[in-house]
Design a protein around this ligand. Structure first.
Ligand SMILES: [Zn+2]
Length: 342
């Protein structure tokens, strides 16, 4: 039987989710997740659902919080949560992370203005400098989402129990608070105190070539000038080649490597079978082409990447995920499930 809940609280949280879910600088497609604790129950976003849809459909499912907390005490972060409702939905892959946050409400975001610094090699030093007068935050190195990430965050929070914001290297942030007002204030203050990286406009980018032969394979020029700029602004194209795998959702939704089509390449017979097509093909100097079956989640992720890349200047050094990090992400059943839903 589904546990009872405080509907006023649920409704305030859903409204907030719907608000931030529609801001592509905070949430991209099914990325990010939110939870709240009510007695023995954790209400957490279902895997593959979009925060933006929180007011139109039920995106939260109840799971048994007490069992998860027992597991956390035993330092077992791999336990599956028991769902306390008759539903086919699965709880977010980050359910354990939500369960171990000591706050009533937890919000995990891939906020662009923070993400752009989290992918930098000197990310931790930057936060230490910028937030020098605050002791309410912790920084955690890159870990595969799921049990490994939960273990690392738990260790960091045990070392600094007063923290209510966690910076996750090459990934995002987790905010904790007792109310939505707490979360809203914490996010605003943090974004205000961190340096802002303005997107570099690429006015010189030529219009995409509409009659490119990729159109014979089901591709059309991207209508988004920022995504188009990834192929036509040479400094962004250099990033695309060198710094593709910057954070987990990008790899999960858009693959391990970019598909770059040399400008002089012609279609050959082996290009004819439809097979498995990349959602995007980049033709340097010509344009970015989007596959007709690219999913809404892939489109949101591509925009997220261009939002990050356009904020970096050529002298910024980035860390990318290693080959084994990428393999771990792509072989992961829970992620395949999430991907299949979008
Ligand atoms: Zn995440």
């Amino acid at each position: 039987m589904t546990p009872d809940r405080n509907e006023a609280l649920a409704s305030a949280i859903k409204s907030y989710c719907s608000e931030i879910g529609r801001d592509p600088l905070l949430v991209q497609g099914p990325g990010g997740n939110v939870s709240w604790k009510e007695g023995p129950t954790l209400w957490v976003k279902a895997s593959g659902t979009w925060l933006a849809h929180a007011n139109e459909m039920e995106i939260f499912i109840p799971v048994d919080l007490q069992t998860l907390q027992q597991r956390i005490e035993e330092q077992d972060y791999s336990a599956n949560a028991s769902v306390l409702a008759d539903t086919k939905q699965r709880p977010s892959i980050e359910t354990m992370l939500h369960a171990l946050m000591p706050h009533r409400i937890a919000v995990h975001l891939h906020a662009i203005d923070v993400l752009v610094q989290l992918v930098l090699t000197d990310a931790q030093d930057r936060f230490t400098r910028q937030l020098a007068d605050r002791s309410d935050w912790v920084f955690v190195g890159y870990n595969k989402p799921g049990a490994e990430l939960a273990a690392a965050v738990h260790n960091a929070l045990c070392a600094n129990p007063g923290a209510n914001i966690v910076f996750l290297k090459n990934h995002g942030i987790v905010l904790g608070g007792e109310s939505i007002d707490d979360i809203r204030g914490l996010l605003t203050r943090t974004l205000d105190e961190l340096q802002t990286f303005a997107p570099r406009t690429s006015e010189a980018v030529p219009a995409p070539v509409p009659e490119h032969e990729l159109t014979k394979l089901g591709y059309a020029p991207s209508k988004d000038p920022c995504i188009h700029a990834l192929s036509c602004d040479p400094s962004q194209t250099a990033r695309l080649r060198e710094s593709w795998a910057l954070y987990p959702d990008h790899v999960v939704f858009l693959g391990a490597k970019p598909s770059i089509w040399p400008p002089a390449r012609k279609l050959s017979l082996q290009d004819q079978p439809l097979g498995e097509r990349s959602p995007y093909i980049f033709v340097p100097g010509i344009g970015t082409y989007e596959f007709e079956h690219a999913t809404p989640a892939q489109k949101e992720q591509m925009r997220c990447y261009s939002d990050v890349i356009s904020r970096l200047s050529p002298d910024h050094a980035t860390d990318t995920l290693s080959t084994s990090d990428i393999a771990n992400l792509l072989d992961w059943d829970a992620e395949k499930f999430r991907q299949g839903k979008n």
